[in-house]
Every structure is written in structure tokens, then in C-alpha cells.
Design a protein around this ligand. Structure first.
Ligand code: 48F
Length: 251
């Protein structure tokens, strides 16, 4: 029995890993932007894998607003919420949701759409090619290895598009900007200014260089935009927008 458990797990995991070693899209981070992007891309038929450093979904959702278990959204995302079957209370100019329902339903729809979500794996670098300059995949490491500080070489996944949905540190674009001649620096985000922060994140969501896209709060970090705190409409809109841009480029 014990050996069978091990064999069952390793055989099935290996099948998945062999399958997504060449993917259409790699999304880094299973926060609201990454889960939204993953859902729409998988629904459009793209082979999509999400690598998430932690052993949980949702990124910054679970903490709500300073651990109060609610998050706020702008009213113009009602249609996206309906797509995910997420309930919201009308609150003046805003909608308010339970953080737990919000993250569970984003993740559930994403998985049902066919995206593969792999927990406990961190992206620590990109693969690039020159003439023309493009990003062609990512370098992966177990998060546990990263946390332990062990010297272990990563392995690779090739893909047609990488989406940096890593949140406030824009980790993928940041490492690429240091190690690939992209000609950009990642300045980090500015202090809070919710209204313009939400709009500008959506506006600047998109391609950084051929093969590499940025969505969610990572956009604020890459373009020095204001932060917004526990309002999430921009994250949904940014995730949907990046999915549409990637899809139109890959078709
Ligand atoms: O931080 P996160 O929720 O990013 P997001 O989707 O949403 C931002 C909001 O949560 C909030 C906000 C709203 O106004 O300000 O902060 O843009 O989710 C990012 C996820 O990426 C994972 C991280 O653990 C988190 O779950 N992540 C970060 N770096 C890596 C990573 C990495 N290098 N490899 C794998 N996962």
C-alpha cells in the first residue's frame, strides 16, 4: 500500500510535469490577477500553467483589509464577478465581497477552466533568446529549496508567453530587467492613491517585451504607479485584459 501511494503520486505528477514543460502560457502567481488571467486563457483553449510560491491560492486576498475578512471592488466589475459566481453586497459606490469566497471561487473557476495550478514552486528567472529579443520560458525552483537557501539548480519550462502576476515586487520583470537587455528598470510602486492606481494598472497592463507580459500589482511596480490596498476591481480587469492581449498575440 505505501509503495503504491508513492507510485501513484509520482506517476501522476510526472505526467503533468511532462505535459506542461512546453506550455502556451506560464502565469507566475496565483493571486487575483493571475487566477483571472488563467481562467480566461484556459477558457479560450490555451495550455496554461500557474506557478505559485505558496501552498495557497489568492495572494493578497485572504488578508482582506487589515485582516477584516472583506474586500472592496468597483461596480464596473459586476460582470466579471458574475462570471465567477461571486456574490457581492452593494455599498454606495463600491461592491463588497467575503475574501474567502472571492479567492475560493476565482481558484475553482480557474481549475475548472483547465488551467493547472502548481503550488510550492517559485519562478526565479526567465529564459531568453536574442535577434529578436524575446522571453521563451521560466526557471523553476521548489519554494522549500529557496527558503532553505540550498544551492540547487532550477529546471525549465518553455512557453509562448509568460505573465508576471507576482504582485507588489514584480519579481519576473525585475529579474529580467537585471539579467536580460530589456532597457528598463523596475522602480517599484508609489504610495496609495486608489482611484488613479486602479485605472492606471489596467491601462498599463500588457507586454513588456516579446513573450513577457505584466498584470495586477506588478504593473504598479514596473511603471511606478500608486498602490491601492484592499480594492480588487483593477486586479480582475488587469487579469482579463492580459488574457485577451496574450490570446490575440498567440493566435
Ligand atoms: O500579491 P498578489 O495578490 O498579486 P495581484 O494578483 O493582486 C494584488 C492584491 O492582492 C493586493 C492589492 C490590490 O489592490 O494591492 O495586493 O497583483 O499575488 C501574487 C502571488 O504571486 C506569488 C505570491 O506568493 C502571491 O500568491 N508569487 C510572488 N512571486 C512569485 C510568486 C514567484 N517568483 N514565483 C511564484 N509565485
Amino acid at each position: 500500500m505505501e509503495a503504491e501511494i508513492t507510485q501513484a503520486i509520482i506517476e501522476e505528477a510526472t505526467k503533468d510535469w511532462l505535459n506542461f514543460t512546453k506550455s502556451d502560457v506560464v502565469i507566475v502567481g496565483a493571486g487575483p490577477a493571475g487566477l483571472t488571467a488563467g481562467t480566461y486563457l484556459a477558457e479560450m483553449g490555451f495550455k496554461t500553467v500557474i506557478f505559485e510560491r505558496r501552498l495557497s491560492f489568492g495572494g493578497g486576498i485572504g488578508g482582506g483589509g487589515m485582516l477584516f475578512h472583506k474586500i472592496a471592488l468597483e461596480k464596473d466589475v459586476r460582470k466579471i464577478l458574475e462570471h465567477f459566481n461571486i456574490r457581492a453586497v452593494d455599498k454606495g459606490t463600491l461592491l463588497v465581497c467575503d475574501a474567502s469566497e472571492f479567492m475560493a471561487k476565482l481558484a475553482s473557476k480557474c481549475v475548472d477552466a483547465g488551467a493547472k495550478i502548481i503550488h510550492g514552486v517559485s519562478v526565479d528567472d526567465v529564459i531568453f533568446r536574442e535577434n529578436p529579443l524575446r522571453i521563451t520560458g521560466v526557471c523553476l525552483q521548489w519554494s522549500a529549496v529557496e527558503i532553505a537557501g540550498l544551492h540547487v539548480d532550477p529546471i525549465f519550462v518553455e512557453c509562448r508567453a509568460v505573465v508576471d502576476a507576482t504582485g507588489h515586487d514584480a519579481e519576473v520583470v525585475a529579474v529580467a530587467s537585471r539579467k536580460v537587455p530589456l532597457g528598463i528598470k523596475v522602480p517599484g510602486e508609489r504610495s496609495a492613491f486608489c482611484e488613479i492606481g486602479e485605472d492606471q494598472v489596467v491601462e498599463r497592463t500588457g507586454k513588456v517585451v516579446e513573450g513577457l507580459y505584466v498584470a495586477g500589482m506588478a504593473v504598479a511596480s514596473v511603471y511606478n504607479l500608486p498602490r491601492m490596498g484592499p480594492i480588487f476591481g483593477g486586479m480582475l480587469k488587469s487579469g482579463k485584459k492580459v488574457a485577451e492581449l496574450v490570446a490575440s498575440d498567440l493566435r
